[in-house]
Design a protein around this ligand. Structure first.
Ligand SMILES: NC(=O)c1ccc[n+]([C@@H]2O[C@H](COP(=O)([O-])OP(=O)(O)OC[C@H]3O[C@@H](n4cnc5c(N)ncnc54)[C@H](OP(=O)(O)O)[C@@H]3O)[C@@H](O)[C@H]2O)c1
Length: 334
């Protein structure tokens, strides 16, 4: 019985360089191939990371018996096409966030995963971090009582001549796809599906959202207040509040190395407990390890971030985007 999953890395850009080292750190993963639209770029990446196969042909990679799964690290707008081709070829897929541009596309990938008995995971590494694991444990124990408020943000000014994925609508440009996916995933993990979405912000007429502040309201009365931007700095941090206390998540929200649990009802003085966490590699190791464990156990999804969560978060993103385009300030696309 195999004890490792043989991965092909797709894309040779920013995230591929950060992720490949973490895949190589996983005891249940072996990086056997890299694929680029440019064979020379694949060859140079393969040499840099000592990867045996360099390919300039994605479909050939998917047809190869030497590869069990692919890690897709390319712009959001092309995720669906690449992930669907891999799943149809029976290859397991870990694909960067957001998995797809629409919830319908994610539903289709889930269907293809089941049809072809191939594993699927959106690269929502935040949820696999030790900090998030501890957070879930504390919430389940009732450490802050019933969570009723979540506040989180993430944003930074991206130069207009910066990576195209931020500015090209077809590639998934905008703050929501790049950063909102994290803040919404946090709110969804704690509070679930909102009843109401209220948004203020600015978007270009082509759909590239520049910044938004939005409130998700839940049937229980709970609220999440979230902010994302690609034009303004927003600290990538957040907090969760409940009747007995709160948890303050330190930066960066995507992979906090520490957070504080503050409990105590006035007039008692609050008690603060600090939790600190070790990071393995660049922070993606726990996610890659969990994917390998699921695949080797014959599962099609992970328990930590199942496709139902990916789809639910994409649905919330759609509601936020629709409300922003309907009620926000629209500025002309260049
Ligand atoms: N998890 C995280 O912490 C994190 C951090 C940053 C980004 N991301 C995610 O990773 C993904 C890629 O981000 P990135 O910053 O690495 O992007 P990037 O550098 O702009 O592009 C990555 C690579 O994708 C390939 N590519 C570009 N356009 C393509 C197209 N139209 N069709 C097919 N391949 C194309 C290129 O590789 P080749 O030239 O080799 O084909 C490029 O080098 C995004 O979805 C982003 O959200 C995640």
């Amino acid at each position: 019985m195999s004890t490792t999953v043989r991965w092909g890395v797709v894309g040779t850009g920013g995230i591929a360089h950060r992720a490949v080292g973490d895949l190589q750190l996983c005891e249940n993963a072996e990086v056997v191939a890299v694929c680029s639209r440019d064979a020379a770029s694949a060859a140079s990446f393969a040499q840099q990371y000592d990867i045996p196969i360099a390919s300039g042909d994605f479909d050939a990679l998917c047809a190869s018996d030497d590869v069990d799964g692919v890690y897709i690290g390319i712009p959001h707008g092309v995720h669906f096409d690449y992930a669907a081709r891999a799943l149809r070829a029976g290859k397991h897929v870990i694909c960067e966030k957001p998995l797809t541009m629409t919830s319908a596309e994610a539903e289709e990938l889930q269907r293809l995963s089941r049809e072809n008995s191939a594993f699927i995971l959106e690269g929502m590494w935040m949820k696999f971090t030790p900090a998030f694991h501890k957070l879930r444990e504390l919430l389940a124990e009732g450490a802050i009582g019933e969570p009723a408020l979540v506040q989180a943000g993430a944003g930074y000014p991206v130069p207009v001549d910066g990576p195209r994925r931020f500015w090209v609508a077809e590639l998934g440009g905008g703050a929501l796809c790049d950063l909102g996916v994290y803040t919404i995933a946090l709110a969804h993990s704690v509070l679930g599906d909102p009843d109401e979405v209220v948004v203020r912000g600015t978007a270009r007429t082509d759909g590239v959202d520049l910044q938004e502040a939005y409130t998700l309201r839940y049937a229980s009365g709970a609220l999440a207040q979230l902010v994302n931007s690609i034009t303004t700095f927003v600290p990538p941090a957040g907090w969760l509040g409940g009747s007995k206390g709160c948890i303050v998540l330190d930066e960066p929200l995507f992979a906090p190395r520490s957070f504080r649990l503050v409990t105590g009802t006035p007039p008692a003085r609050p008690t603060t407990t600090e939790f600190t966490f070790e990071q393995e590699g660049a922070g993606y190791v726990p996610m890659f390890r969990a994917a390998g464990e699921a695949i080797l156990a014959g599962r099609l999804e992970t328990e930590v971030h199942p496709m139902s969560d990916t789809i639910a978060v994409l649905r919330i993103m759609e509601r936020v985007r629709d409300a922003l385009m309907a009620e926000g300030e629209l500025v002309p696309a260049p």
